[in-house]
Every structure is written in C-alpha cells, then in structure tokens.
Design a protein around this ligand. Structure first.
Ligand SMILES: Nc1ncnc2c1ncn2[C@@H]1O[C@H](COP(=O)(O)OP(=O)(O)OP(=O)(O)O)[C@@H](O)[C@H]1O
Ligand SMILES: [Mg+2]
Length: 244
C-alpha cells in the first residue's frame, strides 16, 4: 500500500431513517488512516453507511466530508473522490460488455469516448485481462465479475475506495489476488465486513451495531472483542433480531 494514501473520512452526527425507522444513529467516524475497517452483524447498517459515504444515498442528518468534499452536495466531486465496490456485482454491472462497463464510470467523470476507451484498455492490460475487452459479462464467473467491478472502480482513480464485502463467496486464491491488486493501487480503503479475518490488516477498525458505532480502535484488540461477542451471541437460541 502506498503510504501516502489516506481514507480521509470526516463523518459527524450522521443519522439515517427510512420510513421513520432509524438505520444509522449519530455516527461519528473520522480518520485519516490508509486502511479503515468497519465490522458489524447482518443488518447493522454497514451497506447503508457505504452508500451514504459514496454519495449514493443522502443521509437524513449529519455531515460527510471525504478529502474535504461534501459528498452529499457535490455529486461531481464525489464521483472523482469515492468509489464503491458493491456486495453483489450484479448490483453494480449495467453493461453487457466488459470494456463498456469499465468505460462507463469514466464517461460519467466527463472523459471523451476515446479517452474513456483508452483508459479502460489500460486497466484491462494492468490486470492482465486484455482478452476480456469485448467479453460478454454474463459469461464471466462470479469472481470474474467482482474483478470487472474492481477494474471499473479503480479506472476512475478514486482517492477512497469503499469495499462492501466484495470478497464474500470468492475462493481463497481469488480473494488473495484481489487483495494484492488493491495493495498495488494507491488508494485509501474503507473495508466493510462481518468477517474479522478480512480486517486484520487495517490500521483502524470501527464496530457498527444496530446503527451505532459501539467501539473503534486498532484491529487486534477490537476484532478479538468482536469475535468473542459474536460467539457469545451465536451460543444463544434467539435469532429474532436478525429479522430486524
Ligand atoms: N431501502 C431500505 N428501506 C428500508 N429498510 C432498509 C433499506 N435499506 C436498508 N434497510 C434496513 O436497514 C438495516 C441495515 O441494512 P444494511 O443493508 O445497511 O445492513 P448491513 O450491515 O449491510 O447487513 P449485511 O451484513 O446483511 O449486508 C436493515 O435492517 C435493513 O432492513
Ligand atoms: Mg451489507
């Protein structure tokens, strides 16, 4: 990881309600660390937080600044600053061909068709997948679709990349390869997961529970506490809270 990369997230008093239900409750998350983790159970609000930080959802209240950009107000600057790798690549991919998918975000950033095409080809080359250029996305495996999403997001050269559990369902070699590609990219990372093993290499981890940050700090002690608590909850019979 390039040491100059920073997440530079300044999020204060963030609240989000949907139809009167509180999903995120007074989130304060401020950090300049290069690799930030967010851990939390199913339904704790991780993906909602990811969408808000990426500017895709406007919060009910509070402020989000990333590298000084007011993400909710300045959509164009947000597109240049933050990238989001979704939990499910099917929610991200819009186009039938790989090269079109990678070029799309670049066109949104204002690049000409030719320049976007050139940048998309360069990204495919960098990942050693030039032969995928006109491949139909539907013919790729799930792991390959994840890689297409990663290329599309990295091509936009964000300063902060938010990973919303992009490694779920991938085999070990594919996870390790994707992690290595990310290490090579000069980008701040916010990695969201409910699997502590994914976050051990982070500089700082935030624990989200029922829409609130309940703890934050260096990964080793925090993830140990989180794992202990998850195991304690797993020993109980009541799973009613999963129904939300
Ligand atoms: N658009 C929406 N409308 C209504 N409720 C929503 C909406 N989006 C999320 N929620 C609710 O907000 C809560 C948090 O959802 P979110 O997807 O952010 O959780 P998560 O931590 O990402 O969970 P998981 O680990 O299962 O991905 C859930 O109870 C969910 O039902
Ligand atoms: Mg989620």
């Amino acid at each position: 990881m390039n040491q100059a990369a920073e997440a530079a997230i300044h999020c204060r008093g963030l609240c989000h309600e949907v139809q009167g239900r509180v999903i995120l409750d007074r989130i304060d998350l401020c950090t300049d660390a290069a690799r930030v983790g967010v851990v939390g159970r199913n339904g704790s609000g991780k993906s909602t937080l990811a969408r808000i930080l990426a500017g895709l959802v406007r919060p009910s209240a509070g402020q989000v600044r990333i590298h000084g950009i007011d993400i909710a107000r300045d959509r164009r600057a947000a597109l240049q600053t933050v990238g989001l790798l979704f939990q499910n690549p099917e929610h991200q991919i819009i186009f039938p061909r790989v090269d079109e998918e990678i070029a799309f975000g670049l066109r949104q950033q204002g690049l000409s068709r030719d320049e976007a095409g050139r940048r998309a080809s360069a990204m495919l080359d960098w990942f050693g997948n030039a032969h995928w250029s006109d491949a139909p996305v539907t013919e790729l495996s799930q792991g390959q679709k994840h890689l297409v999403c990663m290329m599309a997001v990295l091509a936009m050269r964000p300063r902060l990349l938010i990973l919303d559990e992009p490694f779920a369902g991938l085999d070990i070699p594919t996870r390790l390869q994707l992690a290595r590609y990310l290490d090579r990219a000069s980008v701040g990372l916010l990695h969201i997961s409910h699997d502590p093993a994914d976050l051990a290499g982070c500089d700082r981890v935030f624990w989200l529970d029922r829409g609130r940050i309940v703890a934050d700090g260096p990964p080793a002690p925090l993830l140990a506490r989180f794992t202990e608590e998850m195991q304690r909850l797993g020993g109980l019979d009541d799973i009613s809270d999963l129904a939300g």
